[in-house]
Write a protein that binds this ligand. Structure first.
Ligand SMILES: [Zn+2]
Ligand SMILES: [Zn+2]
Length: 412
C-alpha cells in the first residue's frame, strides 16, 4: 500500500468549492476539499518501458489549485480519470532499471539509448502521450511535440492528459508513482531537490516563450508574478533579446523577485496600463465600464495570473497585430473585443516541447534550474499528513510572500 493524497469526484464538494472559490481562507483545505489522505494499492507498471518512481519532492501548481477549487473548465472532464493522485511537478528516484528504448532513433537522448539505473534521480515530464500509452505515434508525437498528443485517452493507462490526472499512474502527492521511459529525465548530482522540483514549471515557461516567437528588440509585458510569471521572465531573459520586459506584480515579494530576475520595470496591476502607455508612447482610452486600454502598446503579452482580469489587461495593452500568450490555465472569461478590433494573435502554450533544433525544453530547464537565482523559490515543504496546511499555504502564497509550496511525500 502507498500513502497518497487522492482527488475524488464529489458533486456536493465540487459545487461548494466552486461557490467559495479561493475567497474564504481555509475553506478549500477544510471540510469541502474533494481531497483525502488514503492508503492506495501501489500503482502497477502497465507494460514494458514503465518503472516505479519514489517521489522526493512534488510541487503544488496553480492548475492543481484550480482543480481543487472547481475553477477549472468542464472541458477537462473527459481528459482525466478519477480518483487520481495529483502532483505533476516531481523530482524522484527510480526504483527499477529503465531499459534502453527499442527504437531510440538517431538523435535520442542518452537515457533512451542506454537506459537508466535504479536509484537515479529524475524529473518527470508529466504528459502521458502515445509512447507511454503503447499506441503508434500520432502526428504530434512523431514530430516530438508530445504535449499536443491526440491519444491521451487510450492505450495502456486510463484517460489522463498528464501524470497527476490519471487514475492508474499515481502522482507526485503520493509515495509511489509509475512512469514511462519517455517521461523521465535524469538530473545531475549538482542539482538539489529544491531546484529540481522547479524543472517542470521551468520547462513550461521555456515552451511558452518559444511559442511567443519574440524578435530582438521587442517589448514584452508579463501579467502576473507567481511561479508562471516569474519563470516566464527568467526564460525571456535567457532565451530572447527582448528590449524590455515589464512585469505586473501584486505582492511585495513578487516585486523583489521580478526585479532580481531581470524585469525592466515592475508595476502594480492598477498602474499597469498607465506605465505601459508611457513606455510604449501609446494613447490611453477610458471605456464607460471596464479596464482602460491602449491604442499602441507592447509587442507581446504573457497572461500568467489565471484570472480573467489578467487576460483583460494583456488584451488591452498589446499593440495592433501583437501577440497574447496564455502561459497558464486561463480564467473563465475575458472580453475578446480587442482580439478582433486590434487583430491580435491569441497563442496557447500548454506543457513543454522542444526547440526547432530538437533540444528538449526539459534539458533547457535543467540547465536553467542549475544556474538561475532560485534559492528560496521553494518557500515551504510539507509531509502529506499536513496537506490542509500545505493547500492553504499555496492558495495564499502571493499574499504570504511565498512562491512554490511543495510536498515531501516520504516524510512523516
Ligand atoms: Zn503545472
Ligand atoms: Zn501522440
Amino acid at each position: 500500500m502507498s500513502l497518497s493524497l487522492e482527488l475524488y469526484r464529489s458533486r456536493s464538494r465540487y459545487l461548494a468549492a466552486k461557490a467559495v472559490g479561493g475567497r474564504i481562507p481555509g475553506a478549500l483545505a477544510g471540510p469541502i476539499a474533494p481531497l483525502r489522505l488514503v492508503n492506495r494499492d501501489e500503482p502497477r507498471t502497465p507494460a514494458a518501458g514503465w518503472v516505479r518512481v519514489r517521489p522526493r519532492l512534488a510541487g503544488i501548481c496553480g492548475s492543481d489549485l484550480a482543480t481543487l477549487s472547481g475553477q477549472s473548465s468542464f472541458y477537462f472532464s473527459p481528459l482525466v480519470s478519477m480518483p487520481f493522485v495529483p502532483g505533476h511537478e516531481v523530482v524522484g528516484e527510480l526504483l527499477d532499471d529503465v531499459a534502453p528504448a527499442p527504437d531510440p532513433g538517431p538523435d535520442a537522448p542518452a537515457s533512451r539509448r542506454d537506459g537508466l539505473a535504479a536509484g537515479t534521480r529524475v524529473v518527470l515530464d508529466p504528459v502521458l502521450s502515445c509512447g507511454a500509452r503503447g499506441v503508434g505515434p500520432c502526428r504530434w508525437c512523431a514530430e516530438g511535440q508530445r504535449s499536443r498528443c491526440d491519444r491521451v485517452t487510450v492505450g495502456h493507462v486510463s484517460p489522463g492528459l498528464q501524470t497527476g490526472y490519471c487514475a492508474d499512474t499515481g502522482g507526485g502527492w503520493g509515495r509511489r508513482l509509475v512512469a514511462h521511459r519517455d517521461q523521465l529525465h535524469a538530473i545531475p548530482d549538482t542539482l538539489p531537490d529544491k531546484r529540481a522540483v522547479l524543472v517542470e514549471p521551468l520547462a513550461c515557461a521555456v515552451h511558452s516563450v518559444r511559442r511567443a516567437g519574440i524578435e530582438p528588440g521587442q517589448s514584452v509585458v508579463v501579467v502576473g508574478a507567481g511561479t508562471v510569471g516569474l519563470f516566464t521572465l527568467l526564460a525571456l531573459r535567457s532565451l530572447t533579446q527582448a528590449a524590455s520586459v515589464t512585469v505586473v506584480a501584486k505582492h511585495d515579494r513578487q516585486r523583489e523577485l521580478a526585479a532580481a530576475f531581470g524585469a525592466t520595470d515592475v508595476v502594480a496591476p492598477d498602474r499597469a496600463v498607465n506605465a505601459l502607455r508611457r513606455s510604449s508612447r501609446a494613447f490611453l482610452l477610458h471605456p464607460e465600464r471596464g479596464t482602460d486600454f491602449l491604442l499602441g502598446g507592447v509587442d507581446v503579452a504573457f497572461e500568467a495570473t489565471g484570472a480573467s482580469s489578467g487576460l483583460d489587461l494583456a488584451l488591452r495593452t498589446v499593440r495592433a497585430g501583437g501577440r497574447v500568450v496564455l502561459a497558464g490555465l486561463p480564467g473563465a472569461r475575458a472580453d475578446l473585443t480587442p482580439v478582433w478590433y486590434r487583430e491580435l494573435e491569441l497563442v496557447g502554450a500548454y506543457a513543454s516541447g522542444q526547440s526547432p533544433e530538437r533540444v528538449s525544453d526539459f534539458d533547457t530547464a535543467i540547465a536553467m534550474a542549475t544556474e538561475a537565482p532560485l534559492d528560496g523559490v521553494v518557500s515551504a515543504t510539507y509531509p502529506l499528513q499536513r496537506w490542509r496546511e500545505a493547500i492553504d499555504h499555496a492558495f495564499a502564497a502571493g499574499r504570504l510572500g511565498a512562491l512554490k509550496v511543495t510536498f515531501a511525500p516520504q516524510e512523516e
